[in-house]
Design a binder for this molecule. Sequence first.
Ligand SMILES: NC(=O)c1ccc[n+]([C@@H]2O[C@H](COP(=O)([O-])OP(=O)(O)OC[C@H]3O[C@@H](n4cnc5c(N)ncnc54)[C@H](OP(=O)(O)O)[C@@H]3O)[C@@H](O)[C@H]2O)c1
Length: 297
Amino acid sequence: MELEPLLSSPPLPSNRWWTRKDTTAIVSGANKGIGYALVKRLAELGVSHVILTARDEEKGKRAVGSLREEGLDNVHFSCLDVSHHSSIKTFVSWFKEEFGVLDILVNNAAVSFNEINENTVEHAETVIKTNFYGAKMLTEALLPMFRYSTNSMSRILNISSRLGSINKVKNPSIKRLLQSESLQEEHIDDMVSLFIENVRNGTWEKQGWPQVWTDYAVSKLALNAYSRVLARRFEGRDLCVICFCPGFTKTSMTRGKGTHTAIDAAEAGARLLLLPHENVPTGKFLGLLAAATNSKL
Ligand SMILES: NC(=O)c1ccc[n+]([C@@H]2O[C@H](COP(=O)([O-])OP(=O)(O)OC[C@H]3O[C@@H](n4cnc5c(N)ncnc54)[C@H](OP(=O)(O)O)[C@@H]3O)[C@@H](O)[C@H]2O)c1
């Protein structure tokens, strides 16, 4: 999946399909940064129920509290650690009981342990487990809950990174695998296992993996590939899957560095998410042109 430029944010449609009284959205890792800004924007735009999730209960409740103080009573909190299967299971049962039907999922939660100009892989397993398997496990657990209605079109937005573009990979066989039309989920899992093996045996630097923030880049490479396979799996079934690179954004992940704020990134992400269903670019990897070309991540 190559990054396609989103030249300017698409206009918000006048026909607000999402303001129907039971439209639901879930955002992972939303106690701060882009996730928090996305919850806020979706709630401001009138999505009926926006679920702010966070792995830390106290931080999540505080985040919801500040949004409610701003009058956003349509924001709800639930604890969710995407790197733990049991937490996903508890969360999904809670969601099913409270809301039952899902329209929008934003896989935003992610970690990186690198400073901007460093490239350590000490935490590669945690990075892959959170950024790739976390998003995949949560998505798979929620798939039965999507609305699947021709009137609205359910959406999954995977917050990715240009570091996970195929052109960052130098290894020809991995590149070929990722570009193949017959790519399957198990091939992606195998690719990720190979990377972890290369990290464990100390050969990762020679194997042609992406050269900047390597573990994080591989996690996003896998997320992009999974998104493409998932979009194909649900073709014509009223569920679309989009990858979005927010660009180099000032958040904790970049130690406050960046070309724009989380609010700017969330505005573009929200507009993309809420497009009229005939325009949703399923299976695509999009990024704001200026933001994406200047992005270090
Ligand atoms: N900032 C950029 O320049 C940039 C560029 C490209 C892509 N992105 C992507 O944008 C997304 C948001 O990142 P950000 O910049 O807003 O970073 P951030 O401020 O560090 O936010 C990351 C969020 O993910 C949460 N999280 C981490 N591990 C989790 C887990 N196991 N379960 C649930 N939540 C977890 C964090 O919670 P805690 O507070 O508990 O740690 C935090 O709320 C990420 O997918 C990132 O890869 C960012």
